[in-house]
Unconditional design. Structure first.
Length: 451
């Protein structure tokens, strides 16, 4: 199994992800990212490489971030320790400080015992697969071991939060005055910076999930547990709820009645608003194949093209970078606004959604009504040959369901990249129809592809 997954290296802290691995991974990163023209130019000028290191508040992040910093400094890299900040803040600070790269220690929405290491290149962009493979190979190679004045220094990045907050506030098209926002910070990396930013933008803020103790991150709160936020919004009579995950790179919302507004709906709202002010590049939105059929219909009605990618925000980013597009994301709430960020940013997304409420003087429910959400049923068929989805009988069944659904539905079969599993997704005008087709297709997949 490769060490790097879809979003860095992730696993049980002190299980797969040990301090030793973190240190060696940092040393290998220094070897690989210390090459190239820009890095060599800095060395020629007598300057050492610089890296930003940050983490979310889970307890294991303390020793893992320390190990990363030690590995980098021992390789001659100067480290700016930004402490506990969101992942998108780390990406922003790498670019803002003109650092050579950066490392975020976080397992995002995973429970507290897990952790992860995400590496960003210069400019705050995620690494291509080929560079991650080079870093993994470098784990077995020779390390940089400077001595004396050649070793790196570790310093506190004292104004890291302030820089990020000012950046977020400067992105807003409208202040948030008069809007009561309930923020759920998932006991995570946004607990300090998100409430401050929303208040500075003019919102009335009530905060939940903002008491991280190192062990409670994502525990019954945040974007994966929206019932707590929904209850608080309704009970308090607030206008909107915004939920982050543990590292705050995603955002989901709740309207005043407690109804969930997902990433597809958020993208629909932002896409139309951006098109109206000429900020939606090529009138195109980038979304994954899992985005709801309702998003496609809504965008078509507003003259916006939807470019589809494979599932994963890294693929959305690749397509955005290749085409120069300004908005993309996933149903899960990873929304990328490339004018202001190089990765999904839950704070940025939440601020801009609330800003649209203030600008248009509309409720979130009114804004979200731009899109009709089609019922979506997902069935995981386990113990099957994931490479067999092209089987003639399976494809015949898919074609039959697609024909029966017509323009009012959609069928998608996706093979897992890591397990003997095929995901069957069906959208239809009503949940009963979607469920019937999904179950029927799942039975065909089980029968034809069983191992």
């Amino acid at each position: 199994m490769p060490l790097f997954g879809t979003d860095g290296v992730r696993g049980l802290a002190n299980g797969l992800l040990t301090a030793e691995l973190a240190l060696h991974l940092a040393q290998a990163t220094a070897v690989v990212l210390g090459q190239g023209r820009s890095a060599e130019a800095r060395k020629a000028e007598g300057r050492r490489l610089t890296a930003v290191v940050a983490r979310d508040p889970r307890v294991s992040g303390e020793f893992l971030a320390a190990a990363v910093a030690a590995g980098l400094a021992s390789s001659g890299v100067d480290v700016l320790d930004a402490g506990v900040i969101p992942t998108p803040a780390t990406a922003f600070l790498i670019a803002d400080h003109d650092a050579d790269f950066g490392v975020m220690v976080s397992a995002s929405h995973n429970p507290a015992p897990d952790n992860g290491i995400k590496i960003f290149a210069r400019g705050g962009t995620k690494l291509p697969d080929v560079v991650e493979q080079r870093i993994e190979s470098a784990l077995e190679g020779q390390r940089l071991q400077p001595t004396g004045a050649g070793v790196g220094r570790i310093r506190r990045f004292a104004d890291a939060e302030d820089r990020y907050v000012l950046h977020l506030l400067g992105s807003l098209p409208h202040r948030l005055d008069g809007i009561h926002v309930v923020l759920d910070c998932a006991h995570g990396a946004a607990a300090g910076v998100s409430p401050e930013t929303f208040r500075d933008a003019g919102a009335q803020v009530t905060v939940i999930g903002a008491e991280p103790d190192g062990l409670n991150i994502n525990d019954g709160v945040g974007s994966t547990h929206l019932d707590v936020l929904a209850e608080a919004v309704v009970r308090l009579g607030a206008d909107v709820g915004i939920a982050h995950d543990g590292d705050a790179d995603r955002c989901l919302a709740v309207d005043a009645d407690g109804n969930v507004v997902d990433g597809d709906q958020i993208m629909a709202i932002l896409a139309v608003a951006m098109k109206e002010r000429g900020a939606l590049a090529d009138d195109t939105l980038v979304a994954t194949v899992m985005s709801n059929l309702g998003l496609h219909r809504a965008m078509q009605a507003h003259g916006i093209r939807v470019l589809q990618t494979a599932v994963g925000d890294r693929y959305v980013l690749e397509a955005m970078n290749e085409g120069g597009y300004s908005l993309g994301g996933e149903q899960s709430g990873h929304v990328i606004m490339s004018e202001f960020a190089t990765t999904g940013d839950g704070l940025l997304t939440g601020l801009h959604i609330v800003a649209e409420m203030a600008r248009q003087k509309k409720t979130l429910a009114e804004l979200a009504s731009i899109m009709t959400v089609y019922p979506q049923v997902l069935v995981n068929v386990r113990g099957v040959d994931r490479d067999g989805v092209a089987d003639a009988d399976v494809q015949e069944a898919v074609a039959a369901s697609s024909a029966a659904l017509g323009d009012s539905g959609r069928v998608l079969l996706r093979a897992s990249g890591t397990e003997p599993l095929v995901r069957v997704m069906v959208e239809a005008a009503d949940e009963h129809t979607a469920r019937a087709h999904a179950d029927k297709l799942a039975a065909v997949v089980q029968e034809r592809l069983a191992l």
